[in-house]
Design a protein around this ligand. Structure first.
Ligand code: NAP
Length: 502
């Protein structure tokens, strides 16, 4: 448990919108921040005078000038000074950035924002903010990698700041862990949005997710922290599967996504006892692209399955020992066995040669299926093909080879490439409906609510197809058992995932 506040930040153009946003956020907010630079300037005084009738919760008033990244053009430093003076006493708290004004009756939050990076000398910036008597200090920097948020997190343990309340923020996906774990380590508040489209800063989590998914106010320094490590990571559904499972099993644990660019740096600065700079009480990790192979050299032990697959998607932390495991192999094969039973002799095309493809090939070999690997660069996959004893061919050959609608060429086609997972990966399907004729069943590993490009093509060709949700669930259930030594509540995990996807 902790006593941090969830402060829902509001960017409304007029009073009506503001009231609607307040009523939408009321259920999960302990406080609201009104961003006055979003509001029509003619409404400023009315909101200031009527704030207690607009919200029953404490309200923080914030105005950002145009130079500070505020939403309203033409708002300058004089407007800000005038605003801060007139807001003092009318609001629970007032945000003051780059001004030497002290409050009389409101709580003054002395703030600093860097919308591009973490300043090289963050401690000098913090010292500057302590030059006035504001009770609260807020530092918001921009993180490109999870480790960038470390110096801001460390403010919470800085004894020279112990007389102030602190709001450390790292904006962006990479700083999300700090928004979720800051309260457990003494942060005064964490900002939240009403929904993801309404966020007033990059990386903000919704107040509903902070409360229901991450149970932020129940977290403490003793909470075991689990996370998925990857790049990109914002699309990950794993928090919506593991957090409800932890809650149902009564585990004091939380699951967070970490945007990790360099796995070695993450392990060194945040995980390994001998070199880490933060104490987050990690219990284990899920590992996703592109780190499933590169993480292996940073672990103390690799279990037999992960060694045979040649990829790690799960890390168990046992004392100081980091053990690499692989649950993708079991997760991948579970839906196929449910559907087809015996896979012996079945002809399977596996497209892609990354960490996920390795897990597929391992399981297909174990089940006695007859697989072929298809990639865009055959030379890159020759070693993989040799390891598993399967043939590797170019995807172009596959495109030419399955076009004969009269004969079934493959019983199953597995798309183990990231095509369709979002962002730059939302390109055209690996194979068109025409190119898929000759395939009996399509299995795309990408986990997504909407149909992925290849599933759309399969449907157009009348071929049954599934996405990666069942695999995600099966591999996640195994991870849960590894981390907690309890059986996973699979039905609950499925239900939470499906609700999220909706
Ligand atoms: P990875 O290690 O980065 O491997 C990706 C593979 O796809 C590489 O062989 C890559 O080839 C190939 N590829 C990428 N873009 C391609 C394109 N446009 N055309 C043809 N091939 C392309 O990734 P991974 O860890 O194997 O993950 C692959 C996908 O499976 C991801 O979307 C991941 O989310 C999904 N997955 C789902 C689950 C689940 O539980 N449902 C579990 C694991 C993975 P190059 O080497 O030539 O780039």
């Amino acid at each position: 448990m902790n006593d941090a506040l969830i402060c829902v930040s509001l960017c409304a153009g007029n009073i009506e919108q503001l009231k609607q946003q307040i009523s939408a956020g009321e259920a999960y907010a302990d406080a609201f921040e009104i961003r006055f630079d979003c509001l029509d300037q003619n409404a400023w005084n009315a909101v200031k005078d009527a704030v207690s009738s607009v919200s029953s919760k404490p309200v923080l008033a914030t105005l950002r000038t145009e130079a500070q990244g505020g939403a309203r053009a033409g708002v300058g430093k004089e407007d800000l000074a005038e605003f801060v003076r007139s807001a003092d006493g009318k609001f629970w708290a007032v945000d003051v950035e780059d001004l030497d004004i002290n409050g009389n009756s409101s709580l003054f939050i002395s703030s600093f924002h860097d919308h591009a990076r973490v300043p090289a000398d963050l401690s000098a910036t913090v010292r500057q903010l302590t030059n006035n008597d504001s009770a609260v200090i807020k530092i918001a920097v921009t993180a490109a990698d999870a480790t960038d948020a470390i110096p801001v997190f460390l403010m919470l343990a800085d004894e020279s700041l112990s007389s102030r309340r602190l709001i450390p923020i790292a904006m962006g996906d990479a700083g999300r862990w700090l928004r979720i774990l800051g309260p457990a380590h003494g942060a005064f508040l964490t900002f939240a949005s009403i929904d993801s489209a309404d966020a007033t800063a990059p990386g903000q989590v919704t107040a509903k997710d902070l409360t229901e998914t991450y149970r932020v106010k129940k977290l403490s320094k003793a909470t075991r922290v689990f996370g998925v490590l990857g790049d990109p990571i914002s699309q990950s559904l794993s928090p919506y599967m593991h957090n409800p499972a932890f809650a149902a099993a009564g585990e004091d644990a939380v699951f967070i996504s970490f945007l990790v660019k360099d796995i070695g740096r993450f392990m060194q600065r945040m995980v390994r006892r001998e070199s880490r700079e933060v104490e987050l009480n990690f219990g284990g990790f899920s590992v996703t692209m592109p780190h499933k192979l590169s993480i292996m050299k940073h672990l103390d032990e690799i279990d037999d399955t992960a060694a045979a697959v040649g990829a790690v998607n799960t890390v168990e932390i046992d004392g100081d020992r980091l053990i690499g495991r692989n649950t993708d192999a079991e997760g991948f094969i579970t839906p196929l066995k449910k559907r087809f039973g015996d896979l012996r002799g079945m002809r399977v095309a596996v497209c892609g040669a990354g960490g996920a493809a390795r897990a597929c090939l391992f399981s297909l070999k174990k089940e006695g299926a007859d697989a072929e690997i298809f990639v865009r660069d055959v030379r890159k996959a020759e070693r993989l093909a040799y390891e598993f004893g399967f043939v590797v061919r170019s995807i172009d050959e596959l495109r030419r080879g399955v076009v004969d609608p009269k004969s079934v060429v493959f019983d199953i086609l597995v798309d183990a490439t990231p095509i369709g997972m979002g962002g730059a990966m939302d390109t055209e399907a690996l194979l068109t409906a025409d190119e898929l004729k000759g395939v009996r069943f399509v299995y795309d590993l990408v986990t997504k609510a909407a149909d992925t490009p290849i599933i759309r093509e399969a449907k157009a060709a009348g071929i049954p197809a599934i996405g990666g949700i069942e695999m995600l669930l099966a591999q996640g259930a195994r991870q849960f058992a590894i981390w907690t030594h309890q059986e996973a509540p699979v039905d609950l995990m499925r239900q939470s995932l499906l609700e999220r996807i909706k």
